[in-house]
Design a protein around this ligand. Structure first.
Ligand code: ZN
Length: 360
């Protein structure tokens, strides 16, 4: 590929190296399309689609160690908006502690063309992950890990396991923060000691849909997050947030789920079945029952129960997808750029050899 032709105006550029045309304009990437026939929602959808495609390409360049994208602009050269909406996420894709300017470069080639380049860097580096497809719990909810946090967590999992095989057993049981919670359920209405959410406790109001499906959808990201916490955590179904008018008060009210709708064993089997079908896990041991369910009676209403979905600690990682983390590499073919998926096993092998070199 000696030069690259813009897909929108047919201008050709030969520099920087490995320049591939992007199929969306800068305006689409920044959600500033002036097309009057399109509504706000449509423009936002197009922006998200363009951004996802762009992040995927940059992720593939980071893993292939080099590459540039040519972006056509209709003329506004609105680079500030690009920085606000796109650039921030690109920083999080840098797989090591390198500085932005050592990894990326961007500039206008003329009035209508911006290029975004991943600079070539020598030496072995960890692979960049586009989406880890796993969650971590923090006090305010769930977050995606950074590249470094994920590496540290993996290292911790492997090193602890090597140190003492029996430590694994000690991590099971109930987390300290959670020990008091079931007893609190009954005292909520009396106002003495309210049920509270914390890093390993999450309450969800039941909205009267398919109960099994609802429990699965609500607990899936928490299975990924709570199984990483020593002692695990729980999702409680049937606890709603109190609202005065339409304003949330932050107070939780125990409402429960109709007790007749809930069968403990059936629910547990269904959730474990879905975990097996939809969530990949890595770890040296097979998990046993990552989930247990229980019905907690609601004292003020004998016909209702709160469903506790207890997530047990797992010495490994649960992903919210069956394929594990999402990462790509770039292959330059005669027909143009091919962005190819990197298998999770290649990522793990790569991570191992990177540690051998840089950690041990
Ligand atoms: Zn162009």
């Amino acid at each position: 590929m000696a030069d690259s032709k813009c897909l929108f105006c047919e201008v050709r550029f030969s520099k920087p190296a490995l320049l591939v045309p992007f199929q969306h304009t800068l305006e689409k990437l920044t959600g500033t399309s002036k097309d009057k026939t399109k509504g706000k929602a449509e423009i936002k959808d197009e922006e998200d689609e363009a951004k996802n495609e762009f992040f995927k390409i940059i992720n593939s360049f980071l893993n292939a160690k080099e590459g540039s994208v040519l972006i056509h602009s209709d003329g506004d050269r609105n680079i500030d908006l690009f920085d606000q909406k796109v650039d921030g996420r690109l920083v999080t894709l840098i797989p090591d502690n390198a500085l932005y300017q050592d990894v990326y470069e961007r500039s206008f080639l003329d009035d209508n063309h911006l290029y975004y380049r991943v600079k070539p860097r020598s030496g072995q580096r960890p692979l960049s992950i586009l989406d880890f497809n796993t969650k971590f719990a923090v006090s305010k909810g769930l977050v995606d890990p950074t590249q470094g946090q994920m590496r540290d967590f993996m290292k911790h999992v492997i090193e602890e396991e090597e140190k003492s095989p029996s430590f694994f057993e000690a991590y099971r049981g109930t987390a300290v923060l959670e020990k008091d919670q079931p007893a609190m359920l009954n005292s909520v209405e009396s106002g003495s000691k309210p049920f509270r959410e914390n890093i390993c406790t999450q309450a969800k109001a039941y909205d009267q849909t398919d109960l099994k499906e609802f429990c699965w959808k609500k607990s899936k990201p928490y299975i990924s997050a709570f199984s990483k916490i020593p002692g695990g955590g729980s999702v409680y179904i049937g606890i709603a947030e109190d609202k005065t008018g339409n304003i949330a008060t932050g107070k939780l009210i125990v409402k429960g789920v109709n007790a007749n709708e809930f069968d403990e064993q059936e629910m547990q089997e269904e959730l474990l079945r879905r975990v097996g079908m939809e969530m990949m896990h890595i770890g040296r041991r097979e998990p046993d029952n990552v989930i247990e369910t229980e019905a907690l009676p609601v004292l003020s209403d004998k016909s209702s129960v709160v469903i506790q979905i207890k997530v047990n600690y797992y010495h490994g990682i649960y992903f919210t997808s069956l394929d594990g983390p999402k990462l790509f590499t770039a292959k330059w073919k005669h027909s143009g750029l091919e962005v190819a998926n990197i298998d999770v096993n290649i990522w793990l092998k790569h991570l191992n050899s990177w540690w051998e070199l840089h950690v041990h």
